[in-house]
Design a protein around this ligand. Structure first.
Ligand SMILES: [Ca+2]
Length: 243
């Protein structure tokens, strides 16, 4: 009998201490992400492969719509869709001076981290993603609708420019400035003319509730937020300082 009791006590103690451990680690996670950027960096995804795996399942668990065309998709059906890096990866390889994308993946941990940042990733139609290429954003005369009548997206190959629909211009601006701000030390930047346009888009298209929910979900995964979604004024202040 005595033996049985001690086994029970040991088991109960173990169960209690692991419960405490779980509670503690959750608390550390929750309080760390808002107050300490070092802690948030510890949660960053290590590479794009890792990001791709969580992107559809955890950032868009109920499906959503593609960035440029606004085409709805269900969580189960993702044919013809892939993931767009709004801040182009070729701008990042240039800034880091690490060679082509493949070479950068092979030799730069920093590149891999930047490439995996979920705040910069959006669902896109594969063909439209390819068409955007690494063009800057701009406003293009006319409505040629080259990607279908239901897709308000235009490109200008000669001027290497892409024009997204009105509803996501602010979302795009905030993602672009998030990247330039977050990785400023690595040399990421937005040229003045592009920044002026994006600043206007940011103010014309303020953060929506969907954008805030996306921010929440990404915070749970990689531990940091796009602060411009929470505080649109902070972006205007930063732009005044930078340019
Ligand atoms: Ca919007």
């Amino acid at each position: 009998m005595r033996h049985l009791i001690s086994v029970f006590v040991v088991t109960a103690t173990l169960a209690a201490s692991s419960a405490v451990l779980v509670a503690c680690s959750e608390e550390v996670f929750d309080s760390g992400i808002n107050s300490n950027s070092d802690v948030s960096h510890a949660n960053r995804l290590k590479d794009y492969d890792t990001a791709r795996k969580v992107f559809w399942k955890k950032v868009y668990p109920q499906g959503g719509e593609t960035l440029y065309c606004g085409r709805p998709f269900l969580p189960t059906a993702k044919r013809n869709f892939n993931i767009e890096h709004v801040f182009p990866m070729s701008w990042v390889t240039n800034a880091l001076d690490c060679g082509k994308r493949k070479q950068c993946r092979a030799k730069s941990a920093q590149f891999n981290k930047i490439e995996a940042d979920l705040h910069n990733l959006f669902p896109a139609r594969t063909d439209v993603n390819r068409a955007r290429d690494s063009f800057r954003f701009g406003e293009i005369q006319g409505e040629s609708r080259d990607y279908g009548q239901d897709c308000d997206f235009e490109t200008d190959w000669r001027r290497r420019m892409a024009e997204p629909r009105n509803e996501v211009r602010g979302d795009i601006a905030r993602a672009m400035f998030y990247m330039a701000d977050e990785y400023r030390d690595q040399g990421l930047e937005i040229f003045k003319k592009q920044a002026q346009l994006l600043a206007r888009w940011h103010n014309d298209d303020p953060p929506s509730s969907g954008e805030v929910r996306r921010n929440d979900r990404i915070e749970k995964i990689q531990g940091n937020r796009n602060r411009f979604v929470d505080d649109p004024g902070a972006l205007n202040k930063m732009i005044e300082q930078w340019y």
